[in-house]
Design a protein around this ligand. Structure first.
Ligand SMILES: NC(=O)c1ccc[n+]([C@@H]2O[C@H](COP(=O)([O-])OP(=O)(O)OC[C@H]3O[C@@H](n4cnc5c(N)ncnc54)[C@H](O)[C@@H]3O)[C@@H](O)[C@H]2O)c1
Length: 335
């Protein structure tokens, strides 16, 4: 299969490419990635001879049209993804996440190519702490942030392109991912690397925000299940039913790294910070037979800690810049 992977130099996309090469030797993979601050060729360095890499923007019609024309399926990961950045520069999110989806949808429409779009649980907004509910596929979008609103925008376009033009496309909404190759700006790698460089764990607000964590390999296996067996036009939730409070994750990371829990610091909250995300992923299990495998959170997080310990050459250069950015934001917010 000739597969185009957008955003394949970022966290989930790069893990998807690796998993595809390992499990689908027949796949011919082309990666389209703009190499923003979040993507790097270093992430693909050891598999560079097994993929075709094209540096380009998903919102660039000419580049996308040509690559889609040569493909049998497209998996769309490329996006601006960091909520904190979305509050500073929302325009980049509108361009990559909404215009990018539009350009891809038009290209797959022209060339009759199968598309799977990767999206987030954040499009539904948040749930209250203690509320006995998880979002279902039919629930209305109610995004809180420029990031989630831009993802919801791209997803709504996809639904309309399926209905209006018969485009052969699916979309998945996944919960928070963790695993190797995730940028150090994100919650889990930020805290792991803070601990590894002798700093403190920074948890927003009261630390009671709840996220539903899934290992990136489980996410990507689900994407493959949808590509293989999913019904065009259908939406699928991907989640492992692993809700954890941020403070509890911070404490577990201290344990796994042998750090004293008094290194956990509660810091100024992000404006509009969603309280709790949780998805019901039973459709995916019932219809496509997928279920998560890395369900021992402690063990999988431990592997992730070991990976960051062994790969300081990959994240070390970014670390101080990311922390300086966080410090500037906190300082700015406090006035
Ligand atoms: N990380 C999570 O927990 C999570 C959860 C659910 C869904 N998602 C979705 O999964 C996808 C991948 O997320 P991630 O965590 O790997 O993100 P990431 O920020 O690590 O990687 C994004 C990649 O997209 C590239 N990119 C950004 N804008 C681009 C553009 N205009 N054209 C081409 N490439 C561009 C970047 O260079 C980077 O390589 C996103 O669509 C995100 O919304 C992420």
């Amino acid at each position: 299969m000739k597969l185009l992977v957008t955003g394949g130099a970022g966290f989930i996309g790069a893990n998807f490419v690796r998993r595809t090469l390992a499990t689908r030797p027949e796949a011919e993979v082309t990666v389209l990635d703009a190499l923003t601050y979040a993507g790097s060729l270093g992430t693909l360095a050891d598999i560079a001879d097994q993929v075709v890499f094209v540096k380009g923007d998903v919102a660039d019609e000419a580049v996308v049209d040509e690559l889609v024309r040569q493909s049998e399926a497209v998996v769309h990961f490329a996006a601006e993804t960091h909520n904190d950045n979305a509050l500073v520069n929302p325009g980049a999110f509108v361009r990559s996440n909404i215009v990018g989806s539009f350009v891809l949808l038009e290209a797959v429409r022209r060339h009759g190519v199968r598309l799977h779009q990767v999206s987030t649980d954040e499009v539904y907004g948040d749930l209250a702490l203690g509320e006995d509910r998880r979002f279902l596929e039919g629930d209305a979008f109610n995004p809180s942030s420029p990031y989630s609103a831009s993802k919801a925008g791209g997803d709504l376009l996809l639904r309309a392109w399926v209905r209006s033009f018969g485009v052969e496309a699916t979309v998945s909404h996944c919960t928070n991912n963790f695993g190797p190759w995730q940028h150090v700006e994100k919650f889990i790698p930020r805290q792991i690397t803070n601990l590894l460089v002798g700093g403190s764990v920074k948890v927003y607000g009261d630390g009671k925000h709840v996220r539903d964590w899934i290992h990136v390999d489980d996410h990507n296996d689900a994407v493959w299940a949808i590509l293989d067996k999913g019904e065009p036009g259908r939406t699928y939730h991907i989640g492992a039913g692993n809700e954890q409070g941020n403070l509890a994750v911070a404490q577990l990371l201290c344990e796994l790294t042998g750090a004293d829990p008094d290194r956990i610091e509660l810091v100024l909250d992000r404006p509009g910070h969603d309280r709790r995300y949780a998805l019901d992923a039973s459709r995916l299990t019932a219809e496509l037979g997928w279920s998560p495998r890395k369900t021992d959170f402690r063990a999988a997080l431990g592997e992730t800690v070991d990976w960051y310990r062994a790969h300081q050459d990959w994240w070390g250069a970014e670390k101080s810049g990311v922390e300086a950015q966080y410090a500037r934001r906190e300082h700015g917010a406090r006035g």
